[in-house]
Structures are given as structure tokens and as C-alpha cells.
Design a protein around this ligand. Structure first.
Ligand code: NAP
Length: 312
């Protein structure tokens, strides 16, 4: 009986690769676990997991022999890692292979919001350019004051791209990092006060919930723009919406939201907000690399070798 079970929103290519490599079954949802025979569940030592449905102690308890929970994605906030550790289960993720794509999207969102590219494209498509004339002026971005909250793998890639745009780079992390002269702020409010554009690259999960608080948003001020590619939970979304509607924040450029994909409809009415449907790592190349790294972790587990990217 197969030791590997795949659970989640795998596309056909990913599911076929998992089946070919491990002869595993693919369940679309975590809820499907209860429908498996006890003997099938007992045989499982590794799960390939993809998606944002929660995988907690209750799900782990249904797989008594589970030793590896291999997540597709660098963010593993949908997995209860403490519960996994308590049950002797190692969690792996897929770091680094997606850094470039996520950082690229952050920069694209920044440019799209600041240069009003969506509105300008609409101006052309609607016939206004030919009918009414030029679109109007937007905001210069190169050389501006920018801040990154969370100078981890992706945050650093964003900061390096912003430096190439001749920006004055500031950042906040829990500890100061080795950087090429970027300004460190121990406090996120101090960071927000010093910049006009705030890029969020924190991990998600309960520890960083609302980290970009009402106070941080207020310190960013009416010329400020939030660019978030991390998780919706890292920003106090209600405070951000209130500030955007009141003109106390100039704009937002967002790939991630609380309660995705049923996002707060208040976002849709705001002309100063640009949005993407959680596309950070969504290129063919990067998704293939993420799927490969997930499979490589499972193969290492089955071979009794060291896991490539454990998180606990
Ligand atoms: P990373 O290298 O682990 O960096 C995460 C950052 O979060 C670090 O700067 C770290 O701060 C900070 N952090 C962690 N725990 C914290 C806490 N309790 N309080 C305050 N700060 C904390 O992760 P990464 O690879 O850059 O990925 C970052 C996140 O991006 C992922 O977790 C995921 O949620 C998100 N992501 C989104 C997409 C997308 O499609 N939009 C794609 C991939 C990833 P220190 O520097 O102080 O350690």
C-alpha cells in the first residue's frame, strides 16, 4: 500500500507527477481524509499538501503513521506546525525557488499603482484617449523612499530591486541584517514614518496578525502606499480600508487578502487600489520548481535521507 498521499489543489501536471513518482492517491480536499479506509490511512507516512485549507491536529490524528507533511509553498501558515512537532511530524516547504517571481510581482504592483497603469489602460480601451485626449499625470517612483517590513528571502529580493530603481531603502526586521547601507528601523512605526511606500514581506500566521497595525498605517500617512505580497493577515485590513476611504492613505497594491478569495467588497470600489488574485509565485516555471522541491522532499523521506527544506 502506498505510503504517500497527496491532498489539495494540485493541477493535472502536478498530480500526474506525484502519482508517477509515488503511486499516490490525490484528494482534492482535507475533508476527504475521513472517506479513506483505515488501512489506507494507517499506511501513510508522507503527505504532499497544497492549498490554504487548514491542516491541524485533527487531520494529523487521522494519519497515525504520518512522519512528513510536505507543503507546496514557502508559507505554511495553514499548517499547525506546533501540533506537527508534538506528533513527531516534520513539515517541509518550498523556499527560495519563488523569490524572484514574488519580488517581481511586488515591483509590478508598485509600478501599476503609482503610475496608474490600470486606469491608463482603461482610458485607451474606452476610447477616451482618442476622444478626450491625454490621460493625465501620475507619480514618480524611481528615487522614492521605500520600506520593507520583513527582510527575509523575498523581502531582500524586493529591496534589491528597489535599490536598482535608485530608491532610498529602509527596512524593519526583528534583527538588523547585513545590507548595502539600507536604513534599519527596530520599530515598524518608525519605518512607516520614514518612507512613502511600504512593502510587506512577513510570514503569515497568528504571530504576525495585524503586524501592519492602525498605528503603522497612520504613520505611513496620506502620501503612503502599502504593497502587500505576504498574507492578508499581516495587515490590519479594516484599518487599511478605513484609511484608504478617508484619504489618510494614498493607495494600496495587494496580491493577498484576508478571507481569500471572498475579498472585502470595499476594495473593489476604491480607485486607488490595485489588486491581484494571489499570483505571487504563479508562473509555469516557478510552480514547476515548487512542485519538484516538494517531491524531492518526499523522495528524501522515503529514502531515509536528510530532508531538503524542513521548517521544524
Ligand atoms: P522568510 O525568509 O522566512 O522571511 C520572513 C520574514 O518574516 C522575516 O523577515 C522575518 O523576520 C519575519 N518574521 C517571521 N516571524 C515573525 C514574527 N513572529 N514577527 C515579526 N516578523 C516575523 O520568508 P520568505 O521566504 O521571504 O516568505 C515570506 C512570506 O511571503 C511567506 O511566508 C508567504 O506567506 C509569503 N508569500 C506570498 C506569496 C504570494 O503568492 N503572494 C508567495 C510566496 C510567499 P526576521 O527577519 O526578523 O527573522
Amino acid at each position: 500500500m502506498t505510503q504517500v498521499l497527496a491532498i489539495g489543489t494540485f493541477n493535472d501536471t502536478e498530480a500526474a507527477a506525484l502519482t508517477e513518482a509515488f503511486g499516490c492517491r490525490v484528494l482534492a480536499e482535507v475533508d476527504g481524509l475521513g472517506g479513506l479506509d483505515q488501512a489506507v490511512r494507517d499506511a501513510v507516512t508522507a503527505v504532499a499538501f497544497k492549498g490554504h485549507q487548514g491542516f491541524g491536529a485533527a487531520e494529523m490524528a487521522q494519519l497515525p503513521g504520518l512522519k512528513l507533511l510536505a507543503n507546496y509553498g514557502v508559507g505554511y501558515d495553514s499548517i499547525d506546525v506546533a501540533a506537527a512537532s508534538a506528533q513527531g511530524i516534520t513539515v517541509t516547504n518550498t523556499p527560495d525557488v519563488l523569490n524572484d517571481d514574488v519580488a517581481d510581482l511586488a515591483i509590478a504592483l508598485w509600478l501599476m499603482q503609482g503610475r496608474e497603469m490600470q486606469q491608463a489602460a482603461d482610458w485607451v480601451r474606452s476610447g477616451n484617449w482618442a476622444g478626450e485626449g491625454a490621460f493625465g499625470l501620475s507619480r514618480k517612483l524611481s528615487g522614492s523612499k521605500v520600506g520593507v517590513v520583513g527582510l527575509g528571502r523575498i523581502g531582500r529580493e524586493i529591496a534589491e530591486r528597489l535599490a536598482a530603481f535608485k530608491c532610498e531603502v529602509h527596512y524593519h526586521s526583528r534583527s538588523q541584517k547585513q545590507t548595502p547601507g539600507w536604513a534599519y528601523h527596530a520599530d515598524p512605526v518608525a519605518l512607516a514614518s520614514a518612507v512613502d511606500f511600504l512593502f510587506i514581506a512577513l510570514v503569515g500566521g497568528p504571530e504576525t496578525e495585524g503586524y501592519v497595525s492602525k498605528e503603522v498605517i497612520s504613520a505611513l500617512g496620506p502620501r503612503g502606499v502599502i504593497v502587500n505580497i505576504s498574507r492578508g493577515s499581516t495587515v490590519d485590513e479594516t484599518a487599511m480600508l478605513d484609511a484608504l476611504e478617508a484619504g489618510e492613505l494614498a493607495g494600496a497594491a495587494l496580491d493577498v487578502f484576508v478571507n481569500e478569495p471572498q475579498i472585502d467588497p470595499r476594495f473593489l470600489a476604491l480607485p486607488n487600489v490595485v489588486i491581484q488574485p494571489h499570483q505571487g509565485s504563479a508562473t509555469h516555471d516557478t510552480r514547476a520548481a515548487m512542485a519538484r522541491l516538494q517531491r524531492d522532499n518526499i523522495a528524501a523521506h522515503l529514502a531515509g535521507a536528510a530532508l531538503l527544506t524542513p521548517v521544524n
